[in-house]
Design a protein around this ligand. Structure first.
Ligand SMILES: *Cc1c(COP(=O)(O)O)cnc(C)c1O
Length: 438
């Protein structure tokens, strides 16, 4: 920490605290010099936090550790740090110790839907693979907050091989998402090994990496890293920008490197009270993202994890933001707003309502301007009966995999090949009475 001297930041936006540029841009230096205490924050920012407030922050850090890269710290406006979106995402707040009755340790049941350690298998054809439990910056709003503060460790090869083995033995898995922690906390050579193992599995068609490095430590995106990742196309990368202020010249450079190397880039934001719960902020963010070739992918409603109550907004705020984006700006700049279902139901999209009414041959719709319009439906549409035997249908899809998965859920209700007419909850009393009668 000695290099920081006593230089006080005078401007926001990547002020380097008097640090030499070569050190500053070295991601390992950034990690080594991450700010983990309130004292270090005060010293670097030239701010004195009132004693009482400081004590509360420190109490919170005992429970949920703090770690902020000097780079991310440099984005904080020291003159107004309390309202700063970067500060709020990265600095401990006493509210994190408040646990509501409705909060949950593992709201998405990730640990329950885990067939082997490290894997969450929720959807039919894809898995989440936790390959690291450390991050370069601990987001205060982390949905996996329960794990923050566990012993920092990257699973060893034997542990990772268990996950790889599960994927290899589960032919439905065509998409593997590396998550964590941050997968880019792994060394280049370890990532190389991991990706070579996963992509060698014949049924794995795509791999995705979820990482916040472009936001909190853009110098992690080195040319060497790119050289490793490039070997494993198609590789999709999703990052996590929450506020336009996070898009800086350094993060732009990192994104450009990734985009130039051909990785499709997506962004997953979390809707956070007093950070980005504003249609203007979100519009500015999505515009900056697409200018940097990042497609806004998801906007998440903040999960019901313990200690996040102060970050949550009503769902109506998300709908209001979507209302301000859809139609008002480029379609590819609009993320899908989702609520990750408590209990592990997965992501559920939530949208403003656009269909106002329906008759047998007309749909009444409204657009983003409030214009109400009608769409007349075709008169002579011949429904195609589908028993999944393509010979009976003139669309004649020639599938190379005959044992395509059968539909589930609503898809099954809509299908012709299944006799299912309703989906009934396990504990439906009326149905359970019928069973007893038999
Ligand atoms: C989000 C998530 C996925 C991926 O979902 P997509 O909608 O395909 O991006 C997969 N598994 C789990 C457990 C997830 O939470």
């Amino acid at each position: 920490m000695e290099i920081f001297n006593d230089v006080k930041p005078e401007v926001t936006g990547e002020f380097r605290f008097g640090c030499e540029i070569s050190k500053w841009k070295d991601w390992k230096w950034q990690l080594k010099n991450s700010v983990k205490s309130v004292d270090a924050f005060e010293r670097l920012m030239g701010i004195e936090i009132p004693t009482e407030e400081k004590a509360l922050m420190e109490k919170t850090i005992e429970r949920f550790p703090m770690s902020v890269t000097p780079y991310y710290l440099s984005l904080i406006d020291s003159a107004n740090y309390k309202n700063d979106p970067v500060f709020k995402q990265s600095f401990a707040n006493i509210n994190e110790l408040t646990v509501l009755k409705t909060d949950m340790k593992d709201p998405l049941s990730e640990d329950t839907d885990s067939p082997v350690e490290g894997i969450t298998h929720r959807y039919p054809d894809r898995v989440l693979f936790h390959v690291s439990n450390i991050c370069s910056m601990y987001c205060r709003h982390c949905t996996r907050k329960r794990k923050v503060g566990d012993v920092d460790s990257i699973p060893n090869k034997a542990q990772l091989l268990k996950g790889i083995e599960y994927i290899r033995n589960t032919p439905q898995v065509r998409d593997v998402l590396l998550s964590g922690g941050d997968p880019l906390m792994l060394s280049d050579s370890y990532l190389d090994w991991l990706l070579s193992e996963i992509t060698a599995i014949p049924h794995v068609q795509v791999v995705r990496i979820g990482t916040r490095m472009p936001v909190v430590l853009p110098y992690r995106i080195t040319n060497d890293l790119i050289d490793v990742l490039k070997k494993y196309h198609p590789l999709w990368i999703n990052t996590h920008f929450n506020h336009p202020r996070e898009i800086t010249s350094s993060s732009r450079e990192a994104l450009a490197k990734l985009a130039n190397a051909g990785f499709p880039l997506g962004n997953q934001s979390v809707l956070l009270a007093d950070v980005n719960d504003c249609p203007r902020i979100m519009k500015e963010l999505v515009h900056k993202l697409v200018q940097n070739r990042v497609r806004p992918y998801y906007l998440y409603q903040c999960d019901l994890s313990e200690g996040l109550a102060h970050f949550r907004t009503p769902v109506g705020k998300g709908i209001e933001i979507m209302e301000s984006l859809i139609g008002h700006t480029s379609g590819f700049a609009v993320p899908t707003y989702v609520i990750d279902a408590p209990g592990g139901g997965g992501k559920i999209p939530a949208m403003p309502n656009y269909i106002i009414s329906w008759s047998t041959n007309k749909v009444v719709l409204r657009n983003y301007e409030g214009v109400i319009t009608t769409y007349t439906e075709p008169e002579n549409y011949a429904a195609k009966f589908c028993d999944r035997n393509c010979k009976d249908c003139n669309l004649d899809l020639k599938l190379d995999e005959p044992d395509e998965q059968k539909g589930i859920g609503i898809e099954k209700l809509l299908s012709d090949y299944s006799n299912t007419i309703s989906l009934i909850p396990d504990d439906n009393e009326r149905y359970n009475r019928r069973d007893n009668d038999v």
